[in-house]
Design a protein around this ligand. Structure first.
Ligand code: AMP
Length: 186
């Protein structure tokens, strides 16, 4: 099971991805979490990424490739993995395929898309901002992140659809109900 999670910021990819990882016993990699950890630790990578992340924009592709390549090369990723927040654009998706073939690993099996309306996304991100205080969950930045998702990331829906790998599920509703839908669909 080699899964890419797709969906706007706040669509529930992180939460559902965690549950899927536990359920299927495979690792999950969130490039956003990895970058936030790098920022918190003050590493070179974190220093390069911080301002761009705070503005709600995508960091340079090259900054995330190392994170993904390193994680996918670890032994526990051999039996499968879940990617949350990567790829974010077509160039990254092509590079991901290259990484997998270099590792002699099979290609992505499913791109799981959690569909949630924009208005619902904005409401969810506002409440996450209050709870978690993420620097990129402010009003302007939320709009920017949705704009970038629509412009750069949503073309991946078509990319994976053409490969016959896209599964779209409704991401609004009870967490457990959505999780059951995901398990049933995979
Ligand atoms: P996320 O937690 O997935 O919403 O990611 C938070 C932020 O990290 C994004 O707004 C980007 O600035 C950065 N980021 C995460 N993943 C990527 C990626 N694959 N490519 C570029 N930037 C990323």
């Amino acid at each position: 099971m080699r899964i890419v999670l797709l969906g706007a910021p706040g669509s529930g990819k992180g939460t559902q991805g965690e549950k899927m990882a536990a359920h299927f016993g495979i690792p999950k990699l969130s490039t956003g979490d990895a970058l936030r950890a790098a920022v918190a630790a003050g590493t070179e990578l974190g220093k390069k990424a911080k301002a761009t992340m705070d503005a709600g924009k995508l960091v340079a592709n090259e900054l995330v490739y190392g994170i993904v390549e390193e994680r996918l090369a670890q032994p526990d990723a051999k039996k499968g993995f879940i990617l949350d927040g990567f790829p974010r654009n077509i160039a990254q998706a092509d590079v991901l395929e290259g990484m997998l073939s270099k590792l002699k690993a099979p290609s992505i099996s499913t791109a799981l898309h959690l569909h949630v309306e924009d208005e619902e996304i904005i409401t969810r991100l506002h409440s996450r901002a209050l709870k978690e205080g993420r620097a990129d969950d402010t009003e302007d930045v939320i709009r920017k992140r949705i704009e970038i998702y629509n412009a750069d990331t949503s073309p991946l829906l078509d990319y994976y659809k053409k490969q016959g790998k896209l599964v779209t599920l409704e991401g609004k509703g009870e967490l457990e109900v959505i999780f059951k839908r995901i398990v049933a669909a995979l």
